[in-house]
Write a new protein. Structure first.
Lengths: 180, 371
């Protein structure tokens, strides 16, 4: 959800921010019964003006957005994980889910050795591993007997995907060193 | 049945608790997506790098001629590039220029629009930038030998990027692209440039892979790695000096520091990465290059004396920003004045001692006073 520092993206952020801000101020002025609410909206268009005398203002706007997006995403990610773990998993787990977590007779651990794991899962046909949508795999698993509860994970997974930590501002991968 | 009921209630409750998150995240995602979409609409279309570069049998690769396109710089922005009939950046021909700046991506003007780089900021100076991303010191030497007579009477400023040029001199490929390199000669004592392997087919033994790091930290510590690297660059400096001297061109070398050499914190980090912080001297690359320049009678400008961390792009972290180009243009202007006044020749011939720009600057001032 971060924005890159490409000049076009900086311009786009300020255009959209100014438009949204102007609309919000105008609507707020109207809601609070201010006379000429449209004037408030127009006045809000002055938001990017400092950039005319101090150009770093525009990059600052992107930096502020990115920092807010990263901090907010971290907080929301933690919240989503907590709801998922303490509510969803705990609640469903108490109903005796088909995750098969209990130790069977004679077992002391559920750790699977790497060799056995490869034997067990080597032939697994995972749509996500083939570049397919991850949700298809989840839905396919939820369609199996006893796994219907996994549908409730879809919003959690979707939110975690949207709130994932980005390494840097998103930008198209460059190919500078792909020469010929 | 009870299980189903409990599962349904739990799921519903969690969805209700997640609803504010959904709304907030949705709004933020919509905003960011709109920004990106509008940005892509407003941004000029750019071409892939395969449209910018072409194979060259001697150099490994070179920019294509007569370009007037946009490209996306790595971890950076979209920039406009124009090349001449020979493929070098800018519309000005080499023969119409009084100064030639030769090197790698810095000389190419990577990461800034053509017309706004150091080569175009001084209206009193006609500078031709000759270079391409990925060049080491080898390609500039070959170019100086190739241009030969065309450099006669000109000032040739050779940019050497300390972050990668010294190391890449010794590598037979840049990623999978075969490039000429230097090695100890197999026929005689000394070094040679190896070019037989250069061809369009990929180099399959590249040391480039995931996790590979540059060896600049190790070049700051005296030892066999540093010695071999500097021996290779010494040979190339000697060869370049001979090529320019033969045709009556004045060669000046300018080291381009890596941003990691420019702040206290990054220098400490560099020392830590070197594996021998006590012996690490972040100025060692400049010192060793200066020794070579002294040996071969080439004036040197230590870029670190003129550039600071704020002259580099903060995110891309390797190339100059607009301010860095202005600084470099200023330095080149002063160098050219020294060249025109004959002061550089004086420096080069004075027992090959102290060849740094501060010496040039003092000569500039003394020349200005005498004028």
């Amino acid at each position: 959800m971060t924005v890159s520092f490409r000049r076009a993206d900086i311009r786009a952020l300020w255009i959209i921010t100014t438009a949204v801000f102007s609309l919000a101020v105008g609507l707020a002025a109207d809601t609070f019964g201010a006379p000429m609410p449209w004037a408030w909206g127009v006045a809000a268009l002055a938001l990017p003006l400092p950039g005319l005398v101090w150009p770093p203002w525009f990059r600052l706007g992107v930096r502020v957005w990115n920092r807010c997006a990263e901090s907010g995403a971290a907080v929301l990610r933690a919240y989503v994980l907590k709801v998922g773990y303490y509510l969803l998993f705990s609640g469903v787990g108490r109903t005796g889910s088909a995750l098969d977590l209990d130790l069977r007779n004679g077992e002391t651990s559920r750790w699977i050795s790497r060799a056995r794991h490869e034997q067990t899962f080597a032939g697994c046909n995972r749509p996500s591993a083939q570049g397919g949508w991850w949700g298809r795999e989840l839905l396919a698993s939820a369609g199996l007997r006893g796994n219907a509860w996994q549908v409730s994970l879809l919003p959690v997974m979707l939110l975690l995907m949207l709130l994932r930590k980005e390494g840097q501002e998103s930008a198209l991968p460059s190919s500078t060193y792909t020469l010929y | 049945m009870i299980r189903v009921l409990i599962t349904a209630v739990t799921a519903l409750l969690s969805w209700v608790l997640l609803l504010p998150v959904v709304l907030l995240t949705g709004a933020a995602w919509l905003f960011a997506t709109s920004v990106r979409a509008l940005g892509r609409l407003m941004e000029p279309r750019f071409v892939p790098w395969t449209d910018l570069m072409t194979f060259d049998q001697k150099l490994g690769w070179r920019p294509r001629p007569n370009l007037d396109v946009n490209y996306l710089a790595q971890r950076d922005d979209v920039f406009h590039i124009v090349t001449d009939q020979e493929g070098w950046q800018g519309t000005r021909a080499l023969d119409d220029s009084s100064m030639v700046v030769i090197g790698d991506s810095f000389a190419f003007g990577y990461g800034i629009d053509t017309g706004k780089s150091f080569a175009d900021l001084n209206p009193k100076l006609t500078i031709k930038g000759i270079g391409a991303p990925g060049y080491s010191m080898v390609q500039p030497v070959l170019l100086m030998e190739q241009f030969a007579e065309r450099l006669k009477g000109k000032l040739v400023v050779w940019f050497i990027c300390l972050e990668n040029d010294l190391e890449d001199n010794l590598a037979p490929a840049m990623t999978s692209y075969r490039s000429p390199f230097v090695r100890p000669s197999r026929q005689h004592e000394g070094w040679e440039i190896a070019q037989d392997h250069v061809g369009p087919s990929p180099w399959l033994s590249s040391v480039w892979g995931s996790g590979r790091k540059r060896i600049l930290p190790y070049l700051c510590v005296p030892g066999p790695i540093a010695d071999r690297t500097y021996a290779g660059s010494d040979y190339l400096i000697g060869r370049a000096a001979a090529a320019c001297s033969l045709v009556g061109a004045q060669l000046v070398l300018m080291t381009v520091p890596d941003p990691t050499q420019l702040t206290v914190e990054s220098r400490a980090n560099l020392a830590a990465l070197s594996g021998n912080p006590d012996a690490c001297d972040v100025d060692l690359p400049d010192k060793r290059i200066a020794e070579s320049c002294k040996r071969h009678g080439v004036p040197i400008i230590v870029g670190k004396d003129h550039l600071s961390a704020s002259d580099y792009k903060p995110i891309e972290g390797l190339h100059w920003n607009a301010r860095g180009h202005r600084r470099t243009a200023d330095v080149l202007g002063r160098v050219y004045e020294s060249f025109r006044s004959g002061a550089i020749e004086g420096v080069a011939s004075e027992s090959h001692s102290m060849l740094a720009i501060d010496r040039l600057a003092r000569l500039d001032e003394s020349t200005a006073v005498s004028r």
